[in-house]
Design a protein around this ligand. Structure first.
Ligand SMILES: *[C@@H]1O[C@H](CO)[C@@H](O)[C@H](O)[C@H]1NC(C)=O
Length: 431
């Protein structure tokens, strides 16, 4: 892959240097989950073991610091490791792990975001009169070869281009039958061209769709317009348009709230925004349900599916982060603004057929066994399970997360209740 990029991109040394670094970086990230969650706590009890862990971490991340910086980085690493150990003991349905964020300052961590929310309000909520089609119980675009491989924005606040392109890719595939890997770099270079703004300092996904709309509905393919984590001069006029069968005519905002988002997600991927916290940055797998958000979204990503238990999101931090680059957000939960700013591009047929060979789809297939086993309220009691409204809030108590020894009968339901067809324990007449 490096050879190909080298050939295609000989003149742009800035891009090239990045690919050298990324190649290294990606190879290393895969090695990072070297300490099991249970071992981390015991390592942290011993200063000597903690130092050893830090040394391994630096070796694997190819990090080297001068003496005084090293002391500062070690303190950050240790406090991050303690954070990870604590988070794993909170008994949530997500797991957390050390990763390439674990020895970074807050400023450095921010460079991997890039949503500029200035001037943007949450989308209008669903009106009770808005007719919503009932979506299927689950839709995973990953499982339909409609999601490209996980990409990596690197140290550039360009998440907004990745969120936008992700929102396009599965929709283009659903309509044209061809999965194309579209170019974030065209948006990064061209969207705020001439406005004296550096796209690596942040942007807004819808501005990408508007840019395409004003430029004949076009967008290049990644193979023609390579990504590098720098905003340079717009080269769109030199790059072929890869929107062959459909063109982008603008965008549609999804009404705020989970039900409208799920309905829209059933028709294709969405550009979504939310707030990244420390928990999110150290996420490794399972279903996250973050309760520590302050209320200001700072990151754009792509929602690529849902089941009854989670919304599946594709991030742009490489496959070394999270669950092979993906993250599962809990259903029936606000999730740090995840359902408030979603959009997707509107497409119009060009009358042509796209005969380009399909680009590579992600091999990732989310495990669908994960369930959220937390009760929303500490006050959940089994006798609450007879009330339809409370079952959602008392899932654990109501045995939706029953243990593996489930004998298929009603043995796991609190006495007086039975397992209804939807897997929830209720009084028989409530099924
Ligand atoms: C954020 O967006 C606002 C409004 O469009 C713009 O004025 C500002 O320059 C942007 N900030 C950055 C860092 O690009």
């Amino acid at each position: 892959m490096l050879k190909r990029i080298q050939r295609a991109n000989k003149r742009d040394s800035r891009h090239l240097r990045f690919y050298f670094k990324m190649k290294h970086f990606l190879a290393l990230c895969l090695l990072v989950s070297y300490v099991a969650a249970e071992d981390l706590r015991s390592i942290l009890r011993s200063p000597k073991e903690t130092l050893k862990l830090y040394s391994n971490f630096k070796a694997q991340e190819h990090l080297a610091f001068g003496a005084s910086e090293d002391r500062m980085r070690f303190r950050m690493f240790r406090s991050n490791a303690e954070f990870v150990a604590d988070a794993n003991e909170e008994g949530s349905s997500a797991e957390f792990a050390l990763n390439f964020f674990s020895a970074m300052t807050a400023d450095e961590k921010r460079q991997y975001l890039g949503l500029n929310i200035t001037g943007h309000l949450p989308n209008a909520p669903v009106l009770s009169s808005t007719p919503l089609q009932t979506p299927p119980a689950k839709k995973l675009w990953t499982n339909e070869e409609a999601v490209t491989e996980v990409k990596d924005q690197g140290k550039c606040g360009s998440c907004w281009t990745f969120g936008a392109v992700g929102g396009l890719e599965s929709r283009y595939k659903a309509k044209s039958g061809v999965l194309r890997n579209f170019a974030e770099q065209e948006y990064l270079d061209c969207v705020y061209e001439g406005l004296n703004r550096d796209g690596c300092n942040g942007g807004w996904p819808d501005d990408c769709y508007t840019y395409s709309q004003h430029n004949g509905g076009r967008l290049a393919a990644t193979k023609d317009y390579h990504y590098g984590p720098v905003d340079v001069k717009c080269e769109a006029s030199k790059k072929p348009n890869a929107m062959v069968a459909y063109k982008i005519t603008g965008f549609e905002n999804v009404r705020a709230g989970e039900s409208a988002n799920i309905a829209a997600l059933a028709t294709g991927s969405l550009a979504v925004a939310f707030e990244v916290t420390n928990y999110f940055q150290q996420y490794s797998k399972g279903i996250i349900k973050d309760t520590t958000c302050s209320g200001r979204p700072n990151h754009a990503v792509t929602a690529v599916g849902y089941t009854e238990n989670f919304v599946l999101v594709k991030n742009s931090w490489g496959t070394g982060w999270g669950d092979q680059g993906f993250v599962k957000f809990a259903r029936h939960y606000d999730n740090c603004g995840l359902f408030d700013y979603s959009s997707y591009p509107t497409l119009k047929s060009t009358g042509k057929q796209d005969t380009t060979p399909a680009d590579t789809a992600t091999p990732y297939r989310p495990s669908e066994d994960d369930v959220v086993c937390e009760d929303v309220s500490h006050y959940c009691r089994p006798d609450h399970c007879q009330y339809e409204d409370l079952v959602e809030y008392c899932r654990k108590t109501c045995n939706k997360c029953g243990d593996d020894s489930d004998d298929g009968g009603d043995g796991d339901c609190p006495s007086g209740t039975v397992m209804c067809d939807d897997g929830v324990c209720r009084h028989e007449h409530m099924c």
